[in-house]
Write a protein that binds this ligand. Structure first.
Ligand SMILES: [Zn+2]
Length: 386
């Protein structure tokens, strides 16, 4: 016997509006409605919590991964590792294993990557996504759809970030066949990784999207066999830019003659530098250097407020310097070398746009990625309260 209703929310990381326009056959005949969505300024660490809560980073508290907080740093114990040679940690595989080990030792259950953060600086920083956000109570502030489903006792599937895309879909398929769930949230990460490595016009994108298309069609067909009603949404959190240039901002800041950890601390993400400034001289020097800069610009308080990423206490930095679109900070703390593709540039760029497609009409007031939360509650029949 068929079960009543299944709502499927399938998240393809970085499958933004521009890439979608170049691959229009994707689920085409099954799609009733689709549209671009405005992204959130930042990375998946900011976008994902916003999608599942309907809140901006300033509201839920999660923006970038690392922030200056030496007192509460979970990485204090890594100090002795600083004596090990730097070259060792620059090796991808070593860092990958170190990431896993540090994550476990710090008791972090959320998404964790060591990236290329220098070991000697690690004890100065705290990590925002300490908890797995896909479970109840996952956010520092506010509720997610997972809190709401736990309260209402709704059986659901959510992906395990530790396993590859094919296994995520296999497990979802089993849950659908067994009619075990009413709702699914399945995030798929392969396209994001591919475009970081090869850029947003790589020929391999078509092959991967064809594979996603087949897998999702199979899921939907099985869902139709097992449920009276199937609502599906295929969406993403951001697009992807091609990187055209790398820029050594670290060397530039270091040449200013300021002292690290006395005058300032900086975290160099791929597309922005976030700087904590400890005195007026340092502020003047840094602002003078970064004002009218050919490769980027300082974001104003107003812009940060408009983006929903303004933090009164400067948690994620006193000064935010955004790189021009297509310019990546390299070497940086997120990677030693520049990638071919990167996201996290100005949200108004066409290549930044996210997207959504569905077999349902998408209401006109769904224009930003955080509005997906409302769609999820609507499908679940849960009232939007807080
Ligand atoms: Zn990415």
């Amino acid at each position: 016997m068929k079960k009543e209703k299944l709502s499927l929310f399938i998240f393809i990381d970085a499958f933004g509006w521009e890439v979608r326009q170049r691959h229009l056959s994707f689920l085409k005949d099954l799609t009733l409605d689709s549209r671009p969505l405005e992204t959130i300024f930042g990375y998946s660490s900011a976008c994902d919590p916003s999608i599942i809560s309907g809140l901006t980073p300033a509201q839920h508290g999660l923006w970038c991964s690392y922030y200056y907080d030496p007192e509460n740093s979970p990485f204090k114990w890594t100090r002795p590792l600083q004596i090990l040679p730097d070259a060792l940690f620059r090796r991808g595989r070593v860092r990958h294993h170190m990431s896993k080990w540090i994550k476990k030792k710090c008791g972090i259950t959320g998404y964790f990557q060591l990236y290329a953060v220098p070991f000697e600086h690690l004890p100065l920083f705290n990590y925002a996504e300490r908890k797995r956000i896909w479970e109840p109570d996952g956010l520092p502030r506010g509720k997610t759809v997972f809190d709401r489903m736990a309260e209402a006792g709704i059986p659901h599937y959510v992906h395990d970030s530790g396993v590859p895309d094919n296994l995520r879909m296999e497990r979802l398929m089993t849950d659908i066949q067994d009619q075990r769930i009413d709702f699914a949230y399945c995030s798929l990460g392969k396209l994001d990784a591919l475009m970081h490595a090869e850029g947003n016009d790589s020929p391999s994108i078509s092959t991967l999207l064809e594979w996603y298309d087949q897998q999702i069609r199979a899921l939907l067909a099985t869902a139709e066999e097992n449920y009276e009603e199937v609502a599906w949404y295929c969406f993403t959190d951001h697009g992807m830019h091609n990187v055209v240039e790398s820029y050594d901002l670290i060397a530039e800041i270091e040449a200013l003659g300021l002292e690290w950890n006395r005058d300032y601390i900086a975290f160099y993400d791929s597309t922005m530098a976030r700087i904590w400034i400890f005195n007026d001289t340092a502020r003047e020097t840094i602002v003078r250097e970064l004002s009218k800069h050919p490769k980027g610009r300082i974001l104003s308080e107003n812009e940060l407020k408009t983006f929903g990423v303004y933090f009164e206490d400067g948690q994620y930095g006193d000064l935010i310097f955004l790189m021009n679109s297509g310019v990546q900070i390299a070497p940086g703390f997120m990677g030693i070398k520049a990638c071919k593709g990167m996201h996290g540039y100005h949200p108004a760029d066409p290549d930044s746009l996210a997207a959504i497609a569905s077999n349902r009409p998408i209401p006109p007031d769904i224009t930003k990625i955080q509005h997906i939360h409302r769609l999820m509650l609507n499908e679940l029949g849960i009232q939007e309260t807080s």
